[in-house]
Design a protein around this ligand. Sequence first.
Ligand SMILES: *Cc1c(COP(=O)(O)O)cnc(C)c1O
Length: 379
Amino acid sequence: MYKETISFIKRLFPNQEFVPLHAPCFIGNEKEYLNDCIDSTFVSSVGKYVDKFEDVVAVYTGAKRAVVCVNGTNAIHLALLLVGVEQNDEVLTQPLTFIATCNAISYCGAHPVFIDVDRETMGLSPEKLEEWILDNAEMRGDALYNKGTGRRIKACVPMHTFGHPCKIDAIADICLRYSLELVEDAAESIGSFYKGKHTGLFGKIGVLSFNGNKTITTGGGGMLLFQDEELGSYAKHLSTQSKLPHPWEFVHDHIGYNYRMPNINAALGCAQMETLPLFLEKKRQLAEIYQGYFSKKGISFFVEPEHCHSNYWLNAILLDNEKERDDFLEYSNSNGVMTRPIWRLMNKLPMFEKEQCGDLSNCLYFEKRVVNIPSSVRL
Ligand SMILES: *Cc1c(COP(=O)(O)O)cnc(C)c1O
């Protein structure tokens, strides 16, 4: 069974000794824009590509303002600071995520609280979220507090797993009712829409990533998406050492961060944005091929949830149990095809094992079964 699947995947990605999970693809104006940066000497944090990249992503997603960062992890950190997450606050999130989400919460001195995901989306479950709030929290004045720890619960960070949007409108509604700031970790979901609206636009701030393995890449990079232009300008200020504009003086009005994306990375981003529509088309085609193949084999292939248009960043299959998953991982990785299990749940890592958890039965279900399979753009 595995043997056939692996040779099928090899035929999809021919002439490669080792098929990677997700390789970047540079077929547009990347070299031209990079050369332009070098010729102009504007390779660092100031330059036309920085502004252009922010504008292009804002127009594509429909955000009022977009602000680039050196990476997605920094962008989440900044987003949490901007919505007012402080030391000892709690932030509700899913344990089925990449470590960046929880690291960023920790950088603020805050604690993650782990809530289950949905079976249909692999993203934060609005039902489980509200259930946990009703059992564990209460409103005091206009803020939500944890009855057990006494800590303020300031924000909620859902994640759109592998590019499949979670039930973000229901989550946004809960956040509104319980005075929670909504920050979307949309790092994996550029090009993914929920009910026609781009992911990352449902809360106060959304975050994209342009790491080397993401749908488009700037080498490393991240982006904050805003509906509130003023908050976006403040984000830019914080990300550039909080320096007040002045022709020669160094005056800073806040503890700032050096989270600016250099112009050379933004140049790559501008070129990648031009090919994004083609990438998305090719990735959808690949997902359709996989879906057809795995449905014939009786293996469950994860498809976009209802009301969603997914970017199909990383394709996933669900095997019957942990043993099958491990056998498949062993066979594929030693036979030239890179496959990966889903992340170890955050609440099982030493840094987070003492944090609070709701019922996590769906996370545990996915943790044992999910395998990611090669998902690069095929030309
Ligand atoms: C990629 C990713 C990030 C951001 O990672 P960077 O490598 O710092 O850009 C954040 N959250 C999730 C879920 C991711 O997959």
